[in-house]
Each structure stands twice: as structure tokens, then as C-alpha cells.
Design a protein around this ligand. Structure first.
Ligand code: NG1
Ligand code: ZN
Length: 548
């Protein structure tokens, strides 16, 4: 009963705004920062309960609205594994975020604790929650609300781990629960060590082919650029210039960042004709997404975009090359590597990946869905076209690599091609964030692979040619009126709309289009592809007309 009193008392501080219906969505709760205090406070409570449920393992809370505008904010939970909050708890998150009074909140919590058999008592260790935030000005007070929420569950500890990228928080939570070194410095050290290791393993002929040219980074005026600045000193073999760090008056995500560059296909602020031919990378506001781009010499400030699909293809090619160098069980070899995409993947990328002989599977939009499917492979690479993705290595495959490495060394084959391939795969598994997509580790892996292959960005871009595509957001009174199949490629409702879409698609060569309600914004998204840009635009527009 002291517990109940404690929640009742603290929840008085955070009245719920009227008329707002919140949903945990594809990436946690998001919305206007001014309306979010009570939500963050309540998610603080949830995260403490989650920790208690899992034997007081450390849970993470990240305060960010990613690529959305600076006046928005949001909150998402990292499970102790470093992955997203288990989907089984999402309905509870929705319920408590929308509870209309302190009494209703307490009663929901009580019922849930009973059902989940969560006990608070002197015999239990308390909960532990690590809270991080991006650079949004509203972040600090929201973080305080989260701390109060955590603290309202007796015996809990809330630890403010400061301004971080989303993937840093997930990485730190995962490391902490694995009993590994888990500070931000450990994160940086892990990146620079594994990067160095991959650089040292570059075949010398590849090394001479490309002098290391400068990389330009668009930091979206957010946390990612600032973190690369911190990391830069400890990276040899990489020359980076960072723009849009947010320190020169630029506004977070305004005309900058990965989402802007990928969706609008235009240059971010601060980039222009002077940068023709340069290799450029763009991060999003919380640095969990990454795209590359360059300005071709034959055009005036046109953008040649290398999106998540192209990053995925580069990674897949490199990993496949390493796997080919292994003496491996023929049967396992087939299923070692798989890739996961969504319906937004460019059709040309899917063709290319299949052509490489890879297993390509599709998942619903939202990284939690891709992650799940990628985890089914020994090495699963997943990417959304928008640049969110990573490479997952299974525990059993990693131990196989470790023993392989030992065997080869024992046999005196420490310098063999096979040994090098094993070492590269192990270094990739350390470099690339095993918890969530991470623009920082993604940049480092792209850079080292390009050096390894001796490729320029143009050469990389030539892996395949994107089919022209167009994405449009349509504002509608009620986006939930659109209901899709599980693959999201067909609309089941409104009745008849899919037939209408199909007859539009038929008018175009290589036409493909679909609609789905966004999980993070109040819009319906339209995606269209066709053999020319005019056709893709026109198909997208006519489908958008059907939605309106
Ligand atoms: P929604 O708003 O559900 O389309 C967007 C992205 C997702 C994912 C989430 C989370 C597109 C088309 N959708 O989801 O891929 O990244 O945000 O940030 O890019
Ligand atoms: Zn993001």
C-alpha cells in the first residue's frame, strides 16, 4: 500500500492532457513534446516493472523523436537484451499512457503486476533503469519525468546517462546486462578497435588502389555528428569532415538529415556544388539511420542517393566474400546468410540480392519486425530503405568462428586467407551494433569495405541502378481507415481501393505501388515505383488521389 500511495502521489504531478490518444506505434510514443510529460512519467513506471519482471536486469529508456521536428519528442524502451521492448508489453504501455486518472493508472498497474507476477518487496533487488536523450531542448525535463516515474516504484534506481544516440543507449544496456564494460567510452573503444582490426586485414593490393579520400558527414543538427566528432580522434585511416553539428545555429532535422535526403532526394543544407564527386553520408536526428549520397559531376546539385538497400547490398557482398573463403559444411553454407527487407525496398535491390544467390525475406515496416526475421539466420542483414538496419550474428555461429580460428592457428594456418576471413567476420560482429541499427557503426563498416574493395562511391553505386520511385504522405481524417495485409503490400480497406490501385499500376511498365497507415505520423504513406521518374511520380500521385 505504500507503493500505491507513492504512485498516486507522483502521478498528481503529471496530469494527462485532454483529448490525446497515444499509441506505442512502430517506434514508441511520439508527439508534441509539450504533451508528453505524463507519458514519459508513465513509461518510467513501466520500465521499472519490466526490470523487476526480468530479475532486476537493467532496462533502457530513450527520449527522442528521431527524424521528426525539433518541437516533437518521444520515448521508447530498450529491453535488457538491447532490443526493442517485447511486443507483449506494448498493450500495457498503451493502456497506462492513456489512463485518465491517477486511480485508473494505479488500478491498471495493480492488475498487470498480478498477471505478470511482479512482486515488490524487501527480498527482491530493486529495478534499474538507464535514461538517455537526444539533443532536443525538451529532453531534459522529459528525462526528469521519466526518473520520477521509475522512482515511484519502491527500491528502483534511475540513472541519467546523458545525451546519447539511440543506438548508443541500446548498446550500453545490452553490454551492461552481459556483464561487459558498458560506458560510452567503452562503446567508442569497441568501435575504434574493431574498425582498426578490419583496416589491418585489408589485402595490400586493395589498399593501394584508393587513396583515402575525405568523407563528408551531415549530422542532421543532432546528436550523431557530435558523437562522430568525439570518436574521430581515435580513428586512423578515416578522414571525416562533419557538417550540421547543430552548433552553428542549424535546426534539428530541418532541411538536413537522412530522412530528408532519402525522402526528398535533395541535398541537405550546407552541401552544394563545391562538393561534386565527394563521398557524403547523412545521419538522422538520433543517429540510428544512415544514407550515403554524392553529387555527380555532370549535374548541378542533383543528388545520387545510396540508400539503406544499397548499404545492405554492399554489406551482403562483403560478408558473402568472407563466407566463400571458409571451408564450411556445404549444407550450412546455403543457410548461413540471409537478408531482410520491407515493401519499401527498391525492386532493383531485391533483384540484385537474389542474383547474388541470397535468401531474401520480407518483413513489415518497423525494425522490430525486420530484426526478428534476421535473427533466424546465422548472419542476418536487415535494412529499411530509409537507412535503418544492422547485421545480426547468432551466438552459435560466433562460437563456431571462435573455434575455427583456434583450429587454424593450431594448424599453423594463422596467416591463411581462411583465417583472415574468420577474423574479418568476427571484427564485423563487434563493429556493427548487435542491438539496433546504428549510423556510427554503419559508417565505419561502409568506409572499411570501400577501402577493402578499393571502390569509390560511384563504383559502389553501380552495383545496380535503382528503379525510379516516389513516396508521398497523405493527410487524412482517420488513417486507421486504411488496413493492409500482413506484408503491407495490399490494402484490405477501404473496400475497393486495392482494385483501383491495381488498375493504376497496370498503366505503367514495371509499376508497383502500395499504401499503408504510418505508425509514427498521422498520415497514410503512398509508395510507387516505375521504369521512369515521371511514371513513378504520376503513379504515386494518382494513388494519392484515391486515398484522399
Ligand atoms: P512509419 O511512420 O510507420 O512509416 C517510419 C519509417 C519506418 C521506421 C519508423 C520508425 C518509412 C516509410 N517508415 O515508420 O521505416 O523507420 O518510422 O522510425 O520510412
Ligand atoms: Zn532515428
Amino acid at each position: 500500500e505504500i507503493q500505491i500511495a507513492s504512485i498516486l502521489k507522483s502521478s498528481e504531478l503529471f496530469p494527462i492532457p485532454q483529448g490525446v490518444k497515444l499509441s506505442y506505434g512502430t517506434a514508441g510514443f511520439r508527439g508534441d513534446a509539450k504533451l508528453l510529460e505524463s507519458t514519459v512519467y508513465r513509461v518510467g513506471i513501466l520500465s521499472a516493472l519490466r526490470s523487476l519482471k526480468l530479475g532486476s536486469a537493467t532496462v533502457g529508456l530513450m527520449i527522442t523523436a528521431s527524424h521528426n521536428k525539433v518541437s516533437d519528442n518521444g520515448i521508447k524502451v530498450s529491453d535488457p537484451s538491447g532490443f526493442m521492448l517485447s511486443q507483449e508489453w506494448e498493450p500495457f504501455a498503451d493502456q497506462i499512457a492513456n489512463a485518465s486518472s491517477p486511480e485508473e493508472l494505479v488500478s491498471l498497474i495493480r492488475k498487470f503486476m498480478e498477471k505478470e507476477e511482479i512482486a515488490i518487496g524487501e527480498n527482491n533487488k530493486g529495478a534499474e533503469v538507464w535514461l538517455g536523450r537526444d539533443t532536443r531542448p525538451s529532453g531534459e525535463s522529459l528525462l526528469r519525468a521519466g526518473e520520477i516515474g521509475v522512482g515511484s516504484i519502491l527500491g528502483s534506481v534511475a540513472i541519467d546517462i546523458g545525451i546519447l544516440t539511440t543506438p548508443q543507449l541500446h548498446w550500453m544496456v545490452r553490454a551492461k546486462n552481459k556483464g561487459l564494460k558498458a560506458t560510452e567510452n567503452d562503446y567508442f573503444e569497441n568501435l575504434s578497435t574493431s574498425f582498426r582490426c578490419l583496416i589491418d586485414l585489408i589485402p595490400s593490393s586493395g589498399n593501394d588502389k584508393l587513396e583515402i579520400s575525405k568523407l563528408l558527414v551531415d549530422g542532421a543538427n543532432g546528436v550523431g555528428g557530435q558523437k562522430i566528432e568525439e570518436l574521430r580522434g581515435s580513428l586512423s585511416n578515416l578522414d571525416v569532415e562533419i557538417r550540421n553539428t547543430g552548433r552553428d545555429g542549424g535546426v534539428l532535422n530541418e532541411g538536413v538529415g537522412a530522412d530528408f535526403v532519402q525522402k526528398e532526394k535533395v541535398l541537405p543544407v550546407g552541401f552544394g556544388f563545391k562538393d561534386v564527386g565527394m563521398r557524403c553520408a547523412s545521419l538522422d536526428g538520433d543517429a540510428d539511420r544512415l544514407v550515403y549520397f554524392y553529387i555527380p559531376s555532370d549535374s548541378s546539385e542533383k543528388v545520387e542517393l545510396l540508400d539503406g538497400d544499397k548499404i545492405l547490398s554492399l554489406f551482403a557482398l562483403f560478408i558473402k566474400e568472407q563466407l566463400n573463403a571458409l571451408e564450411d559444411d556445404e549444407e550450412r553454407k546455403q543457410s548461413r546468410l540471409g537478408v531482410v527487407q520491407t515493401a519499401y525496398a527498391n525492386g532493383a535491390s531485391t533483384d540484385y540480392l537474389k542474383h547474388l544467390g541470397l535468401d531474401v525475406v520480407f518483413a513489415k515496416t518497423g525494425v522490430k519486425h525486420l530484426h526478428e526475421k534476421a535473427a533466424e539466420f546465422d548472419i542476418g542483414i536487415y535494412f529499411e530503405a530509409n537507412g535503418h538496419g544492422t547485421i545480426l550474428f547468432s551466438e552459435s555461429f560466433l562460437s563456431w568462428l571462435v573455434s575455427k580460428q583456434k583450429d587454424l592457428t593450431a594448424k599453423g594456418q594463422g596467416g591463411s586467407e581462411e583465417h583472415k576471413a574468420v577474423s574479418r567476420l568476427m571484427a564485423v560482429s563487434n563493429l556493427i551494433n548487435q542491438a539496433v541499427g546504428d549510423a556510427l557503426s554503419g559508417v565505419l563498416l561502409v568506409e572499411v569495405i570501400l577501402q577493402h574493395l578499393g571502390w569509390s562511391i560511384e563504383k559502389w553505386n553501380e552495383l545496380y541502378k535503382d528503379l525510379p520511385s516516389r513516396q508521398i504522405k497523405v493527410e487524412v481524417p482517420d488513417r486507421t481507415a486504411v488496413v493492409t495485409t500482413s506484408e503491407e503490400t495490399e490494402a484490405l480497406r477501404p473496400m475497393g481501393i486495392q482494385d483501383a490501385i491495381n488498375s493504376e499500376i497496370k498503366k505503367y511498365s514495371r509499376g508497383r505501388a502500395f499504401i499503408r497507415p504510418s505508425g509514427t505520423e498521422d498520415v497514410v504513406r503512398v509508395y510507387a515505383e516505375a521504369s521512369t521518374q515521371e511514371d513513378a511520380d504520376s503513379l504515386a500521385n494518382s494513388v494519392a488521389q484515391l486515398v484522399k
